[in-house]
Write a protein that binds this ligand. Structure first.
Ligand SMILES: C[S@@+](CC[C@H](N)C(=O)[O-])C[C@H]1O[C@@H](n2cnc3c(N)ncnc32)[C@H](O)[C@@H]1O
Length: 634
């Protein structure tokens, strides 16, 4: 979980990420009262409680009651198609929906249609004739009732040439809710192709441990000669069926039974358990690749098993379990490629898996893919790992305007093992020079305070001043250097508030109040003993370093640059602030800064702010060309 002071709140988008749903779903849940908002934040307690409710299946009931239409909400993931024309697919989707066909059976007919076009079956004589003996092992398709008039037209569509047309239809007609609950968003071609080009050779053995309809298996099949070297597993029987037929069509000149199993690759159970054991038990692969489910909702009993099988993972995050399990399926020196949400790189919750990776494997490459999945707002990265240790190697970062490398060692040693991929070698050099100046930090040298959580803002806050009330500041009023006019007032009655630090902290002679939800460092000086709400946290630095110099540094463009490059966060956490350097400047410099801060806080002109910002660049001896780089990147 996140650092001690701030870990108790999540933004709405972070909450959406935790549950694997959209921001609007979270808003809907707030509206329905299943989550509560405090100053636009959601408490982790609330999140945990709701997770429990979901595990116990209560939310499904609530969801149905509150929003019946959501139950049948579907959409076509167009990004999954590589060709231009979608009109035939639209017709197929409309046909299935209009006739209320059973999705699994409709998929069987489409698969038969595809098998027929590939010449693997013939359906002309009124019965299905399988030309590949292994197709008989798919009895639902081999023995399909060709006289069923409601489904039969599905055999007559001319399905456009796509890698996985049946998977597209399946994806399109599955309910959004069930897709996000099981983390089932299939990966588009262009992302998967990257992996195939990188790692696979004609003789590779390949596994996708959660293969869906087989996108990765098919991509591997572009290069691998023998289909019996391709393996897949998934817990969804319909996906498994599609993947098998897809592979048979891909290798239509081979007689083979695809090594694809309905099997839970984490908890090691499933319909095909015994088949799986016969074929795969103890098998290790050259390449493991997938887009594993993110934020999968495990049952309580599965979680017990997973915590014992993967004790290094505390986050209960499905992709983290899959990374470790994927590594266990690899030969020494083998390669793993996974698609992950960008938040994996820096969110404190995923420190556990980053720590495992950085200490045990070689991170060969990280590629930024941007937003890949329709309806999923998260940006996506691809991570390429080798099963070998690699502390002296460099990680290649691609997908941005330029490619560059980062020493992996940096991530082993840095704060929370954050994979700060935005810090290229120039940035790293500038930041190293800043940190090379002898300095101290606020770690262990400040008192910290969270703003008040009232538990009921409507009840306890007033928009106007009233007898017995005093100003209370929110993040909105926190500006660089000073607080703007208060918009809310409160009667300080700590006994009734949900969460409040001891009053003596608020009443310190001097403190720095900072915006908590922010991409920018924004610190106000306060000597009015002001109260804050939880979007404005505060700190009381030890007296041995001048508070106004700390204020000036933290508000400067130079420190904003450090913040963006090192932490790339939308929340300003105590653990970030504790990493910012407070250099041992000569007295003369300290006094000069204090003097400028005094001019600013007593209503000084904007020129002084600019002068101070430039002066901070000067005292750190930043070269003009580096200053340009810094100002451009913030
Ligand atoms: C994001 S989809 C990706 C599918 C496919 N790898 C792709 O990229 O197109 C994740 C898949 O994981 C499957 N899945 C979830 N938990 C699983 C488990 N424990 N074992 C195997 N498959 C699982 C889901 O059914 C779903 O098909």
């Amino acid at each position: 979980m996140e650092s001690v002071t701030n870990q108790s709140f999540y933004t709405i988008s972070e909450t959406a990420e935790i549950f694997g749903v959209t921001v609007s779903t979270i808003r809907n849940w707030i509206k329905c009262g299943w989550l509560e908002k405090e100053n636009n934040l959601i408490t982790s307690k609330n999140v945990l409680k709701l997770k429990g409710e979901i595990r116990r299946g209560r939310l499904d009931k609530l969801n149905k009651r509150a929003n019946k239409s959501q139950k049948t909400k579907t959409f076509a993931p167009d990004e999954y198609l590589s060709g231009g024309s979608t009109s035939t697919f639209e017709e197929i989707l409309a046909f299935i929906a209009a006739n209320k066909l059973d999705l699994s059976l409709a998929i069987d007919y489409l698969l038969l249609n595809l098998l027929n076009s590939a010449g693997l079956v013939s359906v002309n004589s009124g019965a299905v004739v399988c030309k590949n003996k292994y197709l008989k092992n798919e009895p639902r398709i081999a023995n399909i009732n060709l006289n069923d008039k409601s489904y039969r037209p599905l055999l007559d569509f001319t399905i456009p040439k796509e890698r996985d047309p049946a998977g597209f239809v399946y994806q399109s007609l599955r309910e959004v809710r069930s897709k996000s609950k099981s983390g089932s968003y299939y990966t588009p071609d262009y992302v998967v192709a990257d992996m195939a080009r990188e790692y696979i050779t004609a003789s590779s053995t390949f596994l996708d441990p959660c293969c869906g309809a087989g996108q990765f298996l098919l991509s591997a099949g572009e290069i691998i000669q023998d289909p019996s070297n391709i393996y897949g597993m998934d817990i969804d029987p319909i996906a498994v069926k599609i993947a098998k037929i897809n592979l048979m069509i891909k290798y239509k000149n081979f007689e083979f039974e695809p090594n694809i199993f309905c099997y839970d690759s984490l908890t090691k159970k499933g319909v095909d358990q015994s088949k799986f054991f016969k074929t795969c038990e103890g098998k290790l692969f050259d390449v493991v690749a997938s887009n594993p489910p993110w934020g999968y909702h495990f049952s309580k009993s599965d979680l017990i098993r997973l915590s014992s099988d993967y004790p290094e993972i505390n986050s209960k995050e499905s992709f983290s379990y899959f990374i470790i399990s994927g590594m266990n399926y690899l030969k020494a020196g083998g390669a793993l490629f996974f698609i992950l949400p960008e938040s994996f790189l820096n969110v404190a919750l995923h420190r556990d898996i980053r720590n495992v990776i950085v200490n045990n494997y070689f991170i060969e490459k990280i590629t930024r893919f941007g937003k890949v999945f329709k309806g999923v707002f998260t940006s996506v990265i691809g991570i390429y790992l080798k099963k070998k240790s690699a502390l002296n190697d460099n990680v290649l970062i691609t997908g941005g305007i330029e490619s560059y490398t980062i020493p992996q060692k940096r991530w082993r040693d840095n704060w929370n093992n954050v994979f700060d991929i935005k810090l290229d070698s120039k940035d790293a050099e500038i930041i190293k020079n800043i940190y090379d100046i002898p300095h101290t930090t606020l770690k262990g040298r400040a008192e910290w305070g969270l703003g008040i959580v009232t538990g009921n803002n409507k009840k306890y806050l007033s928009d106007t001043f009233r007898e017995g009330y005093e100003p209370v500041y929110t993040g909105k009023e926190v500006r660089k250097f000073y607080l703007s006019e208060p918009r809310k007032y409160i009667k300080f009655t700590p006994e009734v508030f949900q969460q409040v630090v001891s009053e003596s902290k608020f009443r310190a002679d001097e403190k720095l109040i900072y915006k908590f939800i922010s991409k920018y460092l924004v610190f106000s000086y306060d000597n009015s003993k002001a109260l804050t709400l939880n979007s404005a946290n505060f700190l009381i630095p030890a007296k041995d370093y001048p508070i106004k110099v700390t204020l000036a540094l933290f508000n400067s463009s130079l420190y904003q640059y450090i913040f963006i490059k090192r932490f790339a966060s939308i929340k300003v956490l105590r653990s970030h602030i504790e990493e910012l350097p407070l250099p041992d400047f000569p007295e003369k410099v300290l006094r000069k800064i204090e003097n400028m801060v005094d001019q600013i806080t007593s209503g000084g002109k904007t020129e002084v702010k600019k002068e101070l910002d430039d002066y901070i660049f000067d005292i750190f001896n930043i070269f003009p060309e580096d200053k340009e780089v810094i100002l451009k990147s913030i």
